[in-house]
Write a protein that binds this ligand. Structure first.
Ligand code: FES
Ligand SMILES: [Fe+2]
Length: 368
């Protein structure tokens, strides 16, 4: 596979002349010391669910008391998928020789031995549920870092409504992060409904604090979807301040502050949260959710939000899959992607991710 490294060739537009080694790319190891979205809460039930995350095959289920459980999906005996087993109380029972495993991965019972050997166990993964999200810690299971879990009261508080969506992308997750920080593709990929011509030229203010990338941009006189405009009674013209924050490889938080022209002005908040969970180096679970603090209980606005997300994010998926496919098949190793000034946020992000990956590798040499 040719490596799509980057070069900067025009100093007027360059963010800086840096070597590709300083930016994360497809060769950067997936980062484990983060909380990733494993599933929607409603997907985790009393029927085992199989999901691949950062290459690990994982089975998710709930105990009788409703606690979510994640175990390595590979039976410790002969590697049969535990997801094809059944639940017996809080235990999952392998459908090959009937070995039972507890929610912590320890063995509960081996029928042929009539005992539960301590050596017979499968790895378990820490989980945290937060509103519609089930977050999984992919690092050392004995040391989950709860400070890295992004608190999102807009998905749990009573004064908010949200909708959720998912799509599977046959593409590396970094392309999605870059795409989310890049407004310049809007009119070309998403058409007139989302992208006005100014988006192509908009240059968000970007900055990085530690390894957290922030971007913001103000759009004046935005066009609202008809359903949304009718339900919210916002008075045109409406300004939208978009603030984005990428605190980890697992989450991109977008906040939109809409201010209308009534007197006094009405202000509405929307959070558009994107959670790329790498499935492998070349495929990604794309979980997204949109929360709002207005039009509460309005199902038409829910439907509009869902339709907006499903359409726009599917359009992004098509672009990113086309790139992934081409990168995999093209044989020219001398190819280097070029950078233009609207890539500033993405470059800061790829550098931050490269630093995070290097820090992780230094802290856990050879652990994973
Ligand atoms: S493979 Fe699971 S019990 Fe034998
Ligand atoms: Fe997009």
């Amino acid at each position: 596979m040719s490596k799509p490294a980057r070069t900067t060739e025009d100093d007027n537009h360059a963010v800086g002349r840096k070597s590709p080694a300083e930016m994360a790319d497809r060769s950067t190891p997936l980062m484990r010391n983060h909380w990733y979205v494993a599933a929607w809460a409603e997907e985790v039930t009393r029927t085992p669910l199989r999901r691949q995350i950062l290459g690990d095959d994982i089975v998710l289920y709930r105990t009788e008391a409703g606690q979510a459980v994640a175990l390595h999906n590979r039976c410790a005996h002969r590697s049969f998928p535990l997801s094809r087993g059944i639940l017996k109380g809080d235990r999952i029972v392998c459908a090959y020789h009937g070995i039972e495993f507890n929610p912590d991965g320890s063995c509960g019972w081996v029928p042929s031995l009539q005992s539960a050997p301590r050596a017979m166990r499968v790895p378990s993964y820490p989980l945290v549920e937060q509103g519609p999200f089930v977050w999984i810690w992919m690092g050392n299971p004995d040391k989950p870092d709860n400070d890295k879990l992004v608190q999102q009261p807009w998905f749990t508080g009573p004064d908010w409504n949200h909708v959720t969506g998912y799509c599977h992308m046959k593409a590396n997750y970094l392309g999605l992060h870059e795409n989310l920080l890049d407004l310049s593709h809007f009119p070309f990929v998403h058409g007139a409904a989302v992208g006005k011509a100014e988006h192509a030229e908009a240059r968000p203010k970007v900055r990085v604090e530690g390894n957290v990338v922030h971007a913001s941009v103000l759009h004046r006189d935005v066009v609202l979807a008809p359903e949304y405009a009718a339900a919210t009674a916002l008075v045109a013209p409406v300004d939208r301040l978009s603030e984005q924050q990428v605190p980890s490889p697992a989450i991109h938080v977008g906040k939109a502050i809409l201010t209308d022209s009534s007197d006094p002005p009405q202000t509405h908040l929307r959070y558009i949260v994107h959670c790329p969970t790498p499935e492998t180096q070349t495929s990604t679970h794309y979980f997204w959710a949109i929360a709002r603090n207005h039009a509460l209980g309005n199902e038409r606005v829910d439907a509009e939000s869902r339709a907006f997300g499903a359409k726009a994010f599917n359009e992004d998926r098509e672009v990113l899959e086309a790139i992934e496919e081409l990168v995999a098949r093209d044989g020219r190793d001398d190819f280097r992607e070029k950078i233009i000034r609207t890539d500033e946020g993405a470059i800061l992000l790829l550098r931050a991710f490269a630093r995070m990956a290097a820090e992780e590798a230094a802290a856990h040499p050879g652990t994973y």
